[in-house]
Design a protein around this ligand. Sequence first.
Ligand code: CA
Length: 422
Amino acid sequence: MSYIIPASAASWIPVQPGNDFPVQNLPFGIVKTPALPKSVGVALGEYVIHMTALFDAGYLKNLPFDRADFASDYLNQLMSKGKQACSDLRKRLFELFKVGGELKESADLYGTILLKQADVTMELPLRIGDYTDFYSSREHAFNMGVMFRDPENALLPNWLHIPVGYHGRASSIIVSGQPIYRPKGQQLPVENQPPVFGPTKQLDIELEMAFTTFQGKPLGESITTLEADQYIFGMCLFNDWTARDIQKWEYIPLGPFLGKNFASSVSPWIVSLDALEPFRIPGPVQEPKVLPYLEYSGNKHLDIKLEVILETEDGTENLISKSNYKHMYWNMNQQLAHHTVNGCNINCGDLMASGTISGTTPDSFGSMMELCWKGTKPIKLKDGSERKFLQDGDTIIMRGYCQGENFRVGFGEVRTKILAAK
Ligand code: CA
């Protein structure tokens, strides 16, 4: 069973109201300092709970975790203990750090168990075995259909029946803070002429979220929409970098390849599904009716506010999109049920991205392609320049949070700077 930390609760570590990491959140990541090797960390306000130090101090007894689960380069080993164990671990942390909790504030906790977030570096949280990207926002699929195919039949005939997806590349998924080089590849600037080779002229983002899984079932078995929650550990922000000109020339007939696989960026904190439970909302009415294996009950969509910021080299932030994860047509339970319905197995630490999350209004679209409508409506920036696609030196920042009454459960950010082609 999931464990929901009461909305009224507070930690003895003070947390400002706009902070992403109150005691209701307690997201997991991998932290490192110049003095300490990689370890599981949990964010709390401006601090990180160093989980290996907490274990060594004897505060995590009577839980099914070993020291090696925390003194690890990735979260996978901790996640391999399963949903119940991870829920119990968060509950234990709440009992230790809540006001009046078991752990009492003392000076010797600081610098050992409690580190300032500013003093640690965040590492890639997962050893990602397989990465899948869905295409589950109706508005995004519609917009792309209007721009590239047929405005009258923008959605392909399968779209309302299948949570469409493809298998992506796990090796090039990077953590927030790591820059990318502008990718090079083949493009076809003029129809019916030979292709050219060079740096992409149409570097784009895709505003997405991703979920990571616990160990699934053996090959040949399926996960139902009802069971799906038990196989989802948590979520992070996801920027699916895309070179549109490379993509356009290569994608027929087998879909995304070099236009996508040069990099995808993730935020470093994995917010557990338990922490997101209070922000469940109903999904859209799905018409036509879906096949029985995709039917679900209860509120399986989530209200997560999302922002995309373009930071120019002078450090000025330009808000270019405001969207929300609630715009998904297909929810995670349906995605996971569809992914495994043919017997495909999933493993601990797999990553499943949502697809670009576009809202209904032009300021809520999740890619430059849509925001600038195929280059016809450039975005004006504060420094007076314009963008149709991204330039070298631009930094893209994505932020997201769920708003509670007096607190927010946030994801932090995923931040990536674009460097000139190598
Ligand atoms: Ca995508």
